[in-house]
Design a protein around this ligand. Structure first.
Ligand code: MRU
Length: 342
């Protein structure tokens, strides 16, 4: 099985987004014809993953440029679209970064009329998508160098093609190492409550033919204690200037465990996931989602009626626990904060 699943693509007049809520059992695309459609697929997590939502939002802005009615003020319309798209999810910096970049283009070209704004925003979205593809190829190559024959690699969430425009980040590195012929295996955390690991990463691992075992989130400790895994690599949604970073809930405990067991712990992300405006991870907004996602599983209630839940979607890993950050420029090593080309 080698068919590549595309997280999203532009059809020429709409954005087609793979409905990841239906994976792995059904492959269905959602047609987004307005920026509000794009907002909804990001908010509802039909599509997810920091780079993928950044690219989706860029196309959302391109759609917005075509939507304003003659009776509406086009500038105000674009400002509304900017605010709406940015509000879809707060943690991954790629979303705000991509919408701000598109918004600045819209402002710069506004005087030349809506047709020009629309062409420029579509060009921008295509560029962002192409850049993401290239950056992920570089991340994959640099990341693959971290792995050796015999490695058993622990990962969380989904950082593959589904989470990006193409190829993936942390998953891309694992995949590239395997493709180069390295004998590796993967331990993938199921990643409650959305089950990105069980539903998406397991699917991508099957497609890639990489040997792996799926474990529940609470099993990481025993796997490290028994030396069943010897390296950890994860993605990142926002990396602060000091190297602290937000990623899927459960990442922080993996980093603590890895340090206790003296295992290298890597993050992989494009430079578009860096937020050098903020000094430390404490300033990263952590999304909290509906408690229903924890109280239920696959649409079935699993907790007693009357139970309540806490549902932070991300946590922050302090830079002291990080062995390296893989980017399209290479692997940054501690001490972090001096972001010159590695
Ligand atoms: O809530 P999600 O599924 O959007 O969270 C995704 C992650 O945390 C990923 O690890 C991160 O976005 C990097 S994806 C290349």
């Amino acid at each position: 099985m080698s068919q590549e699943l595309r997280s999203l693509f532009w059809t020429g007049s709409s954005l087609r987004v793979l409905d990841q809520l239906r994976l792995p059992f059904s492959i269905e695309y959602i047609e987004c014809t307005s920026y509000r459609d794009v907002h909804d697929v990001i908010r509802n997590m039909n599509t997810r993953g920091a780079p993928a939502i950044g690219v989706a939002a860029a196309y959302g802005m391109a759609l917005a440029a075509r939507e304003a009615e003659p009776s509406q003020n086009p500038r105000q319309f674009m400002l509304d679209a900017t605010a709406t798209l940015k509000s879809a999810r707060p943690t991954a910096v790629n979303l705000g970064w991509s919408v701000d970049r598109a918004s600045a283009i819209a402002e710069r070209t506004a005087d030349r009329g809506p047709a020009v704004v629309s062409v420029e925003l579509l060009k921008n979205a295509d560029e962002l998508a192409a850049d993401d593809e290239q950056h992920n190829l570089s991340i994959s190559r640099f990341g693959a160098e971290l792995f050796d024959n015999g490695d058993a690699i622990l990962t969380i969430c989904n950082t593959g093609a589904l989470a990006t425009y193409r190829y993936g980040t942390a998953f891309g590195a694992i995949n590239e190492a395997f493709r180069q012929g390295k004998r590796i295996e993967v331990y993938a955390l199921e990643t409650r409550p959305y089950l990105q690991g069980a539903r998406l990463t397991a699917l991508e691992l099957v497609h890639a033919g990489i040997p792996f075992r799926l474990i529940t989130d609470g099993m990481a400790g025993i796997c490290m204690a028994r030396r069943m895994v010897n390296k950890v690599i994860v993605g990142a949604d926002r990396i602060a200037a000091n190297g602290d970073f937000a990623n899927k809930i459960g990442t922080y405990q993996l980093a603590v465990l890895a340090q206790y067991h003296h295992l290298p712990f890597y993050a992989a992300a494009p430079l578009s996931s860096f937020d050098l405006q903020i000094e430390s991870g404490q300033q990263i907004p952590v999304e909290e989602r509906d408690e229903e996602e924890v109280l239920s599983m696959a649409g079935h209630r699993i907790a007693a009626e009357g139970a309540h839940a806490f549902n932070p979607s991300f946590d922050v890993t302090p830079h002291e626990l990080v062995s390296g950050i893989v980017t399209e420029l290479g692997v940054f090593r501690p001490p972090f904060g001096h972001w010159e080309r590695p």
